[in-house]
Design a protein around this ligand. Structure first.
Ligand code: GAP
Length: 515
C-alpha cells in the first residue's frame, strides 16, 4: 500500500527540526526555498549512509574505485553531455495566481486522476466478484476501464510527441483541452509553455578579464566521465570496472516541494560501471538486482520498494529503471539505474578531441566502453530512512513515545551512557565506561532528568542502545543494555560491552549480508 500521508510528512519535518536532523537553510532570514541544513544528528546519519554506500561500492569491490571531482567543470563538459541544450523543464505560468508549474507534471497529475478512477473500478469489481475476480481480464474488457486506459494512452502519446519534437504549443493545447486548472486557484488562464534550463550558472574570474560562464554541476557523473582515462591508467583498471563518487549537485528545480525529496542543492552517490560493448545488458541486470538488495538489507521493509522500468528512454540510454520507495507522498524515485551506452564518453571524445578508449589486449583493439550507471540521491535515502523509522507507540507500561527506528548501523549515536542517579559514584562510573567505548562508537552521555525521560530523548533521536549504570554496577561491574525497539533490557558485564555493541551496530554486519 502506498503511503500518501501528508500528515506523516509534516510530522517528519517537525521531528527532524526539533531533534537536530534537518533545519530550513538560513532560517533566521526566513529560509531559502528548497535548501536545507543538516543538524548535529542529521550530519551523523548522512555520514553513516555515505559510509554504507561507499564501503559497499568501493571497499567491497576490487574493481570499483572512488574519486572526488570538483563541482566546477570546464563549460564544454555540459555542452558535450547535452545539459546545455537539453536539460530543460517545460514550464507554464498561471496568469491569475502567478504560480509556475511544470507543464508535463500538470498532465501527469491529470493522468494519475484517471488511473485512480481505474483503480476504483477494479476494487469495486474485486469486491463484487470475490475469489472469482480476474483482474487482467477485467482491465482488458470492462468498457469504462478500457475507455480510461485509451484516454491515458492518447494523452501520453501526445505529451511524448510534444516534448520530443519540442512543440510546446501542443503541450499547452493538451492542458487546455483536458481542462486542467491551477491546483491552487482553479484558474485555467495559462501562459504559453517555455523551456527552462535547470543548471545554475556563475562566472569564473573577474569581469574585466573576460568573464567565462560556468555551471554548478547538475550531476556528479560527468566528473567521472572526464576522469575515465586518468583513473583507468593510474589505477591500471581493466574492464569491467567502476568509478564511484559522492558529491553535491545543483538543479534550479521549479517545483521544489516535499522537504528534502526535491532540492536545489542536493547530494548524489553515483557509480559509473565501464563495460565491454555488448555486455551492458548483463551488467544492467546485475546492478539492478544488486542495488535492490543493498536497499532491502537496510531493513526498511521489502514492501516499500519497487522497480519502475522506463518505457520512454532518454536518447543516450538503451535501458533504464528507477528503484522507487514508498515515501509519505507515495512511491517515488529513490535511485536510477541507467544503461547509458557509449554516449557520454563518445561525446567527450568529440568535444575534447581526446581519445577516451580502452585497449583490449585479448581483442587487440581499442574501443569506447559502454556504461551502466547507478545514481542515488543521498537526501532521498535520508528521507526514506526517516519515513520508515518514524513511529508513535504506546509501550507496555502505557507510556507514549515517538521513536526513530533507524537501522542501528546508520543511527547518529550508537549508544547512550546513562547513570541512574547523579550521586553515589554512578556518574563517575558512567564516565569511566564512556571513556572506554567512545573510541569505537558514537556515544552520548546524559545524566539530567529521570531515566524515563532520558530513554524518551534517546528514542526520539534513534539511539539503538542505552547503557544504564546503577548501584549493582558498582558491586559486580554489570550494566543494563536497553534495546530501543523492544525497550527490553539485558544485564551485561562492562568487559563484554564493546564486543556486544559491536555485534549489534556494526556496518560490517550489513555489508556481509550484501555479499
Ligand atoms: N547521473 C544520472 C542522474 O543524475 P537523475 O535521475 O537525474 O539521474 C539521480 O538523478 C538521483 O538523484 C535521483 O534518483 C534522485 O534520488 C536524486 N535527485 C535528482 N534530483 C534531485 C533533487 N532535486 N533533490 C534531491 N535529489 C535529487
Amino acid at each position: 500500500m502506498a503511503n500518501q500521508d501528508d500528515n506523516l510528512l509534516k510530522k517528519i519535518v517537525a521531528h527532524a527540526k526539533e531533534y537536530g536532523f534537518v533545519f530550513p537553510s538560513s532560517e533566521i532570514y526566513d529560509g531559502l526555498g528548497a535548501a536545507y541544513d543538516y543538524g548535529q544528528n542529521g550530519a551523523e546519519l548522512k555520514n553513516n549512509i555515505k559510509s554504507y554506500w561507499w564501503k559497499s561500492m568501493v571497499q567491497m569491490n576490487e574493481n570499483i574505485v572512488g574519486i572526488d571531482a570538483a563541482i566546477f567543470m570546464h563549460p564544454t563538459t555540459w555542452k558535450a553531455s547535452g545539459h546545455v541544450d537539453a536539460f530543460n523543464d517545460p514550464l507554464i505560468d498561471n496568469k491569475d495566481s502567478k504560480k509556475r508549474y511544470r507543464a508535463d507534471v500538470l498532465v501527469e497529475e491529470y493522468i494519475a486522476k484517471v488511473e485512480a478512477k481505474i483503480n476504483k473500478e477494479v476494487s469495486k469489481a474485486a469486491k463484487r466478484f470475490g475469489d472469482k475476480f480476474d483482474k487482467d481480464q477485467f482491465i482488458a474488457t470492462n468498457d469504462r476501464v478500457v475507455r480510461y486506459t485509451e484516454e491515458i494512452n492518447t494523452i501520453n502519446t501526445r505529451m511524448k510527441s510534444a516534448i520530443e519534437t519540442g512543440n510546446l504549443n501542443q503541450l499547452k493545447e493538451l492542458i487546455e483541452e483536458l481542462g486542467i486548472a491551477d491546483p491552487v486557484s482553479g484558474s485555467k488562464n495559462w501562459t504559453d509553455v517555455r523551456q527552462f534550463n535547470l543548471m545554475f550558472s556563475t562566472e569564473l574570474g573577474s569581469l574585466a578579464e573576460g568573464a567565462n560562464k560556468i555551471y554548478l554541476r547538475p550531476e556528479t557523473a560527468q566528473g567521472i566521465f572526464v576522469n575515465f582515462l586518468n583513473v583507468q591508467k593510474t589505477g591500471r583498471m581493466k574492464l569491467p570496472f567502476g568509478i564511484a563518487q559522492i558529491g553535491k549537485a545543483f538543479r534550479n528545480e521549479i517545483i521544489a516541494r516535499q522537504f528534502i525529496f526535491r532540492m536545489r542543492e542536493f547530494e548524489q552517490m553515483e557509480m559509473q560501471f565501464f563495460v565491454k560493448p555488448g555486455e551492458e545488458m548483463q551488467w544492467y541486470e546485475h546492478w539492478k538486482e544488486h542495488r535492490m538488495k543493498w536497499h532491502r538489507t537496510l531493513g526498511l521493509g521489502d514492501e516499500n520498494y519497487r522497480y519502475h522500468d522506463h518505457l520512454n528512454l532518454a536518447h543516450y540510454a538503451n535501458a533504464a529503471c528507477d528503484i522507487e520507495f514508498n515515501f509519505p507522498m507515495g512511491f517515488k524515485e529513490l535511485e536510477g539505474i541507467h544503461s547509458r551506452t557509449d554516449f557520454d564518453l563518445k561525446a567527450h571524445e568529440e568535444y575534447s578531441g581526446k581519445k577516451l578508449q580502452f585497449f583490449d589486449h585479448q581483442e587487440n583493439k581499442s574501443y569506447v566502453p559502454y556504461v551502466v550507471e547507478t545514481s542515488i540521491g543521498l537526501d532521498r535515502l535520508f528521507l526514506a530512512v526517516l519515513t520508515a523509522a518514524y513511529k508513535e507507540e504506546t509501550l507496555e507500561d502505557g507510556s507514549e513515545r515517538t521513536v526513530l527506528k533507524i537501522p542501528a548501523a546508520l543511527a547518529p549515536s550508537k549508544v547512550a551512557v546513562l547513570p541512574l542517579l547523579q550521586k553515589d559514584g554512578l556518574p563517575e562510573k558512567g564516565r569511566e565506561i564512556l571513556d572506554k567505548i567512545k573510541y569505537d562508537f558514537a556515544c552520548q552521555y546524559d545524566e539530567k532528568d529521570t531515566i524515563g525521560k532520558r530513554y524518551r530523548r534517546q528514542d526520539a533521536v534513534g539511539t539503538p542502545y542505552c547503557i544504564t549504570i546503577d548501584h549493582q554496577t558498582l558491586e559486580d561491574n554489570t550494566v543494563t543494555l536497553r534495546d530501543r525497539d523492544t525497550a527490553k533490557q539485558e544485564r551485561i558485564n562492562v568487559l563484554d560491552l564493546k564486543n556486544r555493541i559491536e555485534e549489534l551496530v556494526s556496518l560490517t554486519g550489513l555489508l556481509r549480508q550484501i555479499g
